[in-house]
Design a protein around this ligand. Structure first.
Ligand SMILES: CC(C)(COP(=O)(O)OP(=O)(O)OC[C@H]1O[C@@H](n2cnc3c(N)ncnc32)[C@H](O)[C@@H]1OP(=O)(O)O)[C@@H](O)C(=O)NCCC(=O)NCCS
Length: 162
């Protein structure tokens, strides 16, 4: 079973996981600074002790920015990434968020499909937005989500969430 929790006590585990899976990992200070600025930071925890994933989003008035998202390789394709983002959409809705905005690498098909499945649409391209990564400089797609009558649809999960 995986529980979604505030990131508070999990920052060091999140940094360790982010360093493994992100082309441009954050350090602990970056996560803590977002928390100080009022960002929304959640983790998915398997059992009592195992970090499975994380998401960070910052509200800017009524516009929310999804800043980072990651799922540990052994917990992928189980619905956790979708659940973390759906949970963010729910939080944005609850706080009168008008939209959620994010950038995603053009090459990141998994993330693009995840976002599309939740109703995000591509609204622009930032040329060379990502300066470092496995493919060198890379464009970022700008995707946005706006609430509709049926949001957020969390799809069908393959693991049990608490
Ligand atoms: C992108 C990422 C968060 C997806 O997490 P996940 O928990 O595996 O995703 P989910 O199981 O919730 O998948 C939801 C949907 O996303 C899409 N998807 C996820 N991984 C995919 C893959 N490898 N290939 C194709 N589609 C994929 C599918 O549409 C999937 O729905 P389905 O399983 O019903 O077909 C994860 O691969 C990851 O951490 N990647 C590295 C970090 C990263 O890219 N973060 C996003 C930065 S913008």
């Amino acid at each position: 079973m995986i529980r979604l929790l505030p990131m508070d006590a999990w920052v060091h585990e999140v940094v360790a996981l982010d360093q493994k899976i992100s082309p441009a990992p954050w350090n602990a200070e970056m996560f803590l600074e977002e928390a100080r600025l009022g960002a929304w930071l959640q983790v998915g925890v398997s059992g009592e002790r195992t970090l499975a994933g994380y998401v960070v989003a910052r509200p800017l008035f009524d516009e929310w920015h999804l800043l980072t998202l990651g799922v540990a390789p052994r917990f992928r394709r189980l619905g956790l990434g979708r659940r973390l983002v759906a949970s963010l959409l729910g939080a944005a809705l609850a706080r009168q968020g008008r939209c959620v905005v994010l950038e995603v690498r053009v090459s990141n098909v998994a993330a693009r499909l995840l976002y599309q499945g939740l109703g995000f649409v591509t609204v622009g391209v930032r040329r060379g937005y990502y300066r470092h990564g496995p493919y060198g400089p890379e464009d970022g797609l700008v995707m946005t989500w706006v609430p509709t009558a049926h949001d957020p649809d969390e799809g069908s999960d393959k693991i049990i969430f608490d």
